[in-house]
Ligand binder design. Sequence first.
Ligand code: WT7
Length: 660
Amino acid sequence: MSSIESVSHETRVFEPSADWQRSAAIGGMDAYNALCKEAETDFEGFWARLAKENLQFAKDYDKVLDESNPPFYKWFTGGELNVSANCLDKNIAAGLGDKVALIFEADGGEVTKVTYSELLSKVSKIANGLKGLGVKKGDRVVIYMPMSVEGVAAMQACARIGATHSVVFGGFSAKALQDRIQDTGAVAVFTADQQVRGGKQLPLKSIVDEALSLGGCEAVKNVIVYKRTGADVAMQAGRDVYMHALADKQSDVCAPEMVDSEHPLFILYTSGSTGKPKGVQHSSAGYLLWAMLTMKWTFDIKPNDVFWCTADIGWITGHTYITYGPLAVGATQIVFEGVPTYPNAGRFWEMIQRHSATIFYTAPTAIRSLIKACESDQKVHPTSYDLSSLRLMGSVGEPINPEAWMWYHKNVGGEKCPIVDTFWQTETGGHMITPLPGATPLVPGSCTLPLPGIMAAVVDEVGGDLPNGQGGILVVKRPWPSMIRTIWGDADRFKKSYFPEELGGNLYLAGDGAVRDKVSGNFTIMGRIDDVLNVSGHRMGTMEIESSLVANELVAEAAVVGRPDDLTGEAIVAFVVLKGDRPTGEAGQKLAMDLRNWVGKDIGPIAKPKEIRFGDNLPKTRSGKIMRRLLRSLAKGETITQDTSTLENPAILDQLGKPI
Ligand code: WT7
């Protein structure tokens, strides 16, 4: 538990307004407590009621929750449905055909609006195109696309025909893409000629070509290319096809393929504490149910809302709160191609104003960078825009520090918008611990209380309950519908990673430390307790970066740790031992730059270490174990006060203590 260091002492509390309590989906703590009680007294009955109210099954399920083979829980077994039909056809049948589903704003500012009917027709054409290529129910399809209507439509098209998609963030390298194509055994890849971000055109199709040339991707029969910029790209005859050429000639009617409740809707890779990223497998019925419920409870979504989640479809937030949740509840949402700082750091605020966004959901890292940007430029300050349309704001991906929370509350929300600080993970499918607007008193920096039906708790190293006020390990005691089903192709790793024997084998281990407030019971997340870093809300495994560094022919050994960073939350610091002599001065700077680029090329730019230090060795115990806690202190620039008596080579600390 050595990494659980900080405990919040926040005392500011923001009670919900009377208006909010009256109008919210869950207004007031009594309503919240009643739902929690319902879940506690009749767990299955609770979920059955919610499924009935929210999901459209083609065939009814027999059993709400099958716990016969823990931790491989199954929900709504025997049921059949189609997720795309629940997002599109259902809403059109309910009269929302002409309602705008997507307001797409391109990097350069062009706006395209797509109604539910138009989206269904687009999705159906792509789905028919996929079928024409021979893609079938159960096949895997990798999507490596920019933020676009087409990206969302490609995901929905896969869901429509029962193909399992795996979206790979457009910032990942050819090598990372190849890994995922190979691991999923994908039969097709969606991509674009290029992506456009911050006024720059960046390659995508050529990276797919490179990934496929690395081998192991022989199952891929087709690459479907969305023409984003019209740049000249190599098209391999018989394999590559433009998306419009494939889709335009198709019928705009495609009967949705019914799938089992447990059918894998998607696989999404995330970093773990060991080297290889984990393919998190999600279900169809349970996942969709939670996406819908959290849209209603956490975001209080109403028919006239304009919802905006700024995440990328390459992350779980973009899956649940762009592609599935908002569409399943018939909402209008903004989809943004670009970056928050282009053409200037007022872009988010300008877009909220332009589209009259009512609900805004973003990451603390974006907030922190925009705070910084407007310090020196009043023009891009949120108060220079008309943000009066906003009624609710959210935060996701990492802890939000109380000062950033206060700034967001005051300057963006005008002190009238509740902030939902949503704690969740790729594995949880949707929100887990979050305030509910209109109910939960808000405390800056705390994600407050678990959603009804989510049995979150703080336990010790052997799974025993800890009293409030005492920091420990965050777990979930009962399954929930949108939980991870398994790690694709590695059931054993799933079991070991998330339901470890040390905790008794039946608690879901989130991987974070947490503490509950003595009085309110509010949760405060204290960061990862494993070797996972959170850089700008992106999860990075230290082992993954270490493996990448040692794959370089000059490197003998590497250890990677996180260091607190004002802007990115955590920053990556790498300690490297070379096979040859330890470089210093300019030679050291040059090599550090080369190695940063090496990691960027190997994994993706988000994995580049912020700082690299070279040593003749790493601090190790006599038995050869790297003492990471010392490296963490060195990275922070602290003088070592910890016990170093087990250290084999204390002199090394001096060498590693200073930047190059
Ligand atoms: C990890 C999960 C949730 C979708 C995006 C990230 C951290 C996430 C919060 C929050 C404190 C948070 C945790 C978690 N995290 N949200 N509101 N407060 N920490 O998903 O990449 O799977 O990362 O992000 O450490 O375990 P992810």
